[in-house]
Unconditional design. Structure first.
Lengths: 430, 557
């Protein structure tokens, strides 16, 4: 038998990185899965349901998280970042910075006794800042590894050297303020980049009033709002007054297909808007939804049927027209001003809640990562690939999949992830 | 049978269970149950300390059955099973009782009644564990050879990738040459690279690789066996070729709908995009005014779906027409322009700038192709337009090959209502079939452009390589077993099984159902449906399940 194949480094622990890791691990190849956040799961973990089957997102993802955690060939590096890459295809040396969690992963069992006593309250990133969390917290309930993390920016002890109350209440003695950030060197044969996306911040389009009007939210906030494990326990309550939203405007192409922002189409927003409107109706049949779109792009398996069902069974009206602006009245009701292109008329509609389908953008920090990896980005900062060699970056031995190469829905991301795993396997088995 | 000695471990899970149920009380209660010789509560049964306690208790108390009442088997059953195994106990003699997700978390307001429910759950678990039997996993060898069906760009890509990884690959193509649909195309969007060049490059690489055997003018005639061990019969001309393969990849592509009797289609002045590609390729396009109509035969009642690639194909061909003849006028009549992704919106924008005209129509007011002109209601202008033409080009959708249902039947895999192959899970298993060992990619699965097909081809190659890399597949022991004396050979089980893991075979005793252990998932569908009750689900026998129901009806004391 020849010598063992080299390991593969995967950057990003969302569904794409997870699938690539599982495929490689199952082939018998060692994998280092690196995630910047305290737990793997990525954006898919934040979604409520998935189109067009309305499968619960975390329910179908969680078994994969557990598989990754238990896999003998996969090493998880959460709270970690790639700092340096040297060498070449087949023989990369990677410097990984592992940030201190201040909690012993082996001892912590995620019981939450510590958080119950923590006096700090800060906005929760996973729940899109729609609720507060403590400075010691689980990244999300089903997160893997299922352990608490101390947020060094907000912990009273780490910032002001007072408190340590969590330590007193942890019966497992899992709190460890002595932990230090460490650098680890890894030798790998190939690298897969799967860093996913950030939503566009629509504060850049002031006429939509995002952040100024409380009942104008973005899709990812909506996903948390309607999710049973989200800040409202799955009740669709609008942020200004906690009243149920019954008339909802879904505004498409926010920051997408927009030459002032992102000229490209984000591919998934037509479908997730329909899904979100369907979910609202399933929660409360009094809900009426309006989707303001330019072109309805429903190209996958079962998508056109989903569009039709939305209209026929779930009280959705599709209105072709770009929304020009959103205003609010004294009750914080958003009024959507739009040109209905079919009748060439300017109209307005007052609703309870406006949901902005913000475009998918590369993650913050992607330029730095690309520089570290020595690969090129395209004009929008997605990882550059060739249309007919779609999973290879510009540097041999480094591959890419999922939303960091282009906005992509879940099945396509998963297929690409398996594909990137194949390209990496070709490299390390050679 | 030796004396049954059960140990029960009840977990506090911090306050998750301990905060809402009387956990020490549950442990005391468990000790009074039949066959229970040891019971204890732990802060965290899953912690290293908790696991050590299980191991020690097995040794010290000669336990031969273990019950853990805690969080959820979804995440923790494998851990406790392997702990039992480490202590020398068969892992199938372990029973999980879920008192967190299904008890403490949902009954936080009522400690007393929630504790009563937990008692019932533990009572049921103990009743079942007594009847559990040791089971052993077995292995089936995997032949390290892949069969790839379809020699288009998708099939060629998976073939090459697997061969690069040192697996043997047989590539079967129906036509007399490789290339598939790309052989009929001119230039590809967005780079305008010639399709033939892409095919040629791949074909040359294929030729050089000694691991690959290409069988052209060949079709799959018969497939027998299961994951790791397929017996394949290929019909090549007059003769049959037989070989063995471990995995199969379906990459048969799709065809384009011919719009017979639609919109004045005559193959002369009214043609399809595919026919236009042919004319462009041969440089014999002679038209100054071209009208392209999108969504012909798709997004209608018969075919609800959007074929995904037609908008870009039309855009590209419009651009190519204008490149060859800058005086040509091109109109594209569309319903929704589909130019998804980072490159194509820009591609669309540039096409608009070059003067190609885009006119939106609605399905309620379809364009009408007349002699020499097309009548169209422009939805945005709100007016009817009459467009004279030299050539009308109809954008028709990709449709499944007529013989795809045949192939599906031979492989025993499903197709959807349009004849495209149906994957195991639309979200998370896009290139797998539910049946182990068979995979799908490219347009055989759903319309896809060249780049997507190539990504999927690598994806299918990855998935298919897994059993070949490992060299064997483990068979789960908690599967169906057939009592041949009771089996009447009716075949209902074969029809019911979603994994094609049971089939009727001729035996000395007549027609009998046989379980393919390597494919069976133990779902129980066959057992539930068997009119003879000839199928037993190992680890979930009727006795084991009924034993749980009876104590549920008892009142706790």
């Amino acid at each position: 038998m020849e010598e063992k194949p080299k390991a593969v480094l995967i950057v990003g622990g969302g569904i794409a990185g997870i699938q690539a890791a599982l495929d490689l691990g199952d082939m018998g190849i060692k994998v280092h899965l690196v995630e910047r956040k305290p737990s793997i799961g990525g954006r898919m973990a934040q979604l409520d349901k998935t189109f067009p089957t309305n499968d619960c997102s975390i329910c179908i993802l969680a078994p994969k998280l557990a598989d990754c955690f238990r896999h003998p060939n996969i090493t998880l590096h959460t709270l970690s970042e790639v700092k340096e890459v040297m060498g070449q295809m087949g023989d990369f040396s990677v410097k990984l910075r592992k940030y201190a969690r201040f909690v012993d992963e082996k001892k912590c069992v995620n019981c939450g006794d510590c958080a119950a006593k923590c006096p700090v309250k800060v906005p929760d990133e996973f729940d899109m800042e729609l609720r507060k969390r403590e400075a010691i917290y689980p990244y999300y309930l089903q997160g893997v590894p299922a352990v608490m993390t101390i947020d060094r920016e907000n912990c009273l002890y780490l910032t002001r050297e007072v408190c340590r109350i969590c330590e007193k209440f942890c019966t497992r003695e899992a709190i460890d303020f002595e932990q230090k950030d460490t650098d680890v060197m890894l030798n790998v044969g190939a690298i897969i980049v799967a860093t996913g996306f950030d939503p566009y911040d629509p504060s850049g389009i002031p006429q939509y009033g995002y952040k100024r009007y409380r009942n104008v939210i973005i899709s990812l906030e909506y996903e948390r709002l309607i999710c049973a494990s989200g800040p409202t326990g799955g009740h669709l309550l609008r942020p200004s007054d906690d009243k149920p939203a019954e008339k909802i405007a879904f505004v498409q192409c926010v920051g997408s297909r927009d030459f002032k922002n992102n000229p490209y189409c984000s591919s998934v927003c037509c479908m997730h808007a329909i899904k979100e409107a369907i979910l609202a109706y399933e929660h409360d049949p009094k809900v009426k939804s309006y989707i303001f779109y330019m072109d309805l792009r429903a190209t996958g398996k079962g998508f056109q049927e989903y569009v039709a069902r939305g209209e026929q069974e779930y009280n959705i009206s599709y209105i072709r027209g770009r929304v020009a602006k959103i205003t609010k009245d004294h009750d914080e009701n958003p009024t959507v001003w739009y040109e209905e292109t079919q009748s060439s008329k300017t109209k307005k509609m007052t609703t309870d809640l406006a949901v902005l389908a913000t475009s998918l953008m590369p993650r913050r920090g992607v330029k730095e990562l690309a520089k570290t990896l020595g690969v090129e980005l395209d004009e929008y900062n997605f990882f550059k690939t060739d249309p007919f060699n779609p999973l290879d970056t510009t540097r041999p031995g480094i591959f890419v999949c999922g939303c960091c190469r282009e906005p992509t829905d879940i099945p396509e991301s998963v297929a690409q992830a398996s594909g990137a795993a194949e390209r990496a396997a070709e490299t390390v088995m050679r | 049978m030796n004396e049954v000695r059960v140990g029960v471990f009840v977990c506090h899970c911090g306050t998750n269970i301990g905060g809402f149920l009387n956990v020490p009380g549950l442990a005391k209660y468990a000790l009074r149950l039949p066959h229970v010789v040891f019971a204890k509560d732990n802060q965290y049964t899953c912690s290293e300390a908790g696991l050590t306690e299980i191991r020690n208790a097995i040794a010290e108390n000669k336990l031969n059955r273990v019950v853990v009442a805690s969080c959820t088997p979804r995440t923790h059953e494998p851990l406790f099973r392997s702990t039992c195994k480490e202590a020398g106990l068969n892992p199938y003699l372990f029973q999980f009782v879920n008192i967190r997700d299904q008890c403490s978390w949902v009954h936080m307001q009522d400690t007393e009644r929630a504790t009563e429910k937990a008692k019932a759950l533990i009572r049921m678990g103990v009743a079942r564990v007594v009847l559990l039997e040791p089971l052993e996993e077995t292995q089936v060898e995997v032949n390290p050879c892949a069969l790839v069906i379809g020699g288009g760009i998708t099939g060629m890509t998976c073939t090459l990738s697997l061969a690069n990884r040192d697996f043997e690959v047989k590539l079967v193509e129906k036509e007399d040459r490789l290339g598939g649909t790309l052989n009929t195309l001119y230039k590809l969007y967005p780079t305008h690279e010639e399709a033939s060049k892409l095919v040629q490059a791949k074909a040359e690489e294929l030729k050089k690789n000694p691991k690959i055997e290409v069988l052209t003018s060949s079709e799959v005639e018969e497939v027998k066996g299961f994951v790791g061990n397929y017996d394949i019969t290929i019909r090549q001309g007059e003769k049959d070729r037989l070989f063995k393969a471990g995995v199969i990849i379906v990459a048969t592509g799709a065809e384009t709908l011919k719009p017979v009797d639609m919109y004045g289609y005559d193959g002369e002045h009214v043609i399809t995009q595919l026919e236009l590609e042919g004319r462009l390729k041969e440089g014999r396009l002679n038209a100054n005014t071209v009208v392209m109509i999108q969504c012909i035969g798709s997004r209608n009642e018969k075919r609800a779906y959007c074929s995904k690639v037609c908008c870009l194909t039309a855009l590209k061909n419009a651009v190519l027409i204008r490149e060859a003849n800058p005086d040509a006028q091109v109109f594209v009549l569309y319903r929704d322009m589909v130019t998804q992704g980072t490159i194509y919106e820009d591609y669309y924008g540039k096409a608009r700038e070059t003067g190609i005209m885009f006119i939106k129509y609605s399905p309620e007011r379809q364009p009408v192709v007349e002699d020499g002109s097309v009548r169209i209601y422009d939805e945005l202008l709100g007016e009817e337009l009459i467009l004279p033409y030299d050539l009308v080009v109809l954008s028709t959708p990709m449709v499944a090959h007529l013989d795809s249902a045949d192939l599906a039947q031979r492989l025993k895999v499903p197709v959807d209502k349009y004849g495209f192959f149906l994957e195991a899970h639309v979200k998370l298993r896009p290139v797998d079939f539910a049946t182990d060992g068979i995979f799908v990619c490219g347009c055989a699965h759903w319309p896809a452009n060249v780049g997507e097909s190539i990504s999927q081809a690598y994806g299918a190659a990855s998935r298919a390589s897994i059993p070949m890399s490992v060299g064997h597949v483990k068979t789960e022991p908690s599967i169906a077993v057939v009592d041949e004396d009771e089996c009447s050979g009716c075949g209902l089980c074969e029809l019911t099984c979603p994994f094609k893991a049971i089939r009727i075979e001729e035996t000395e005793k007549g027609r009998k159902a046989k379980v393919i252990a390597a494919s069976c998932k133990g779902c129980g569908a066959c057992g539930a449906g068997c009119p003879q009750k000839a199928i037993t689900m190992r680890h979930f026998t009727d006795e084991q399940l009924l034993a749980q129901v009876i104590p549920l009806t008892e009142v706790t004391s």
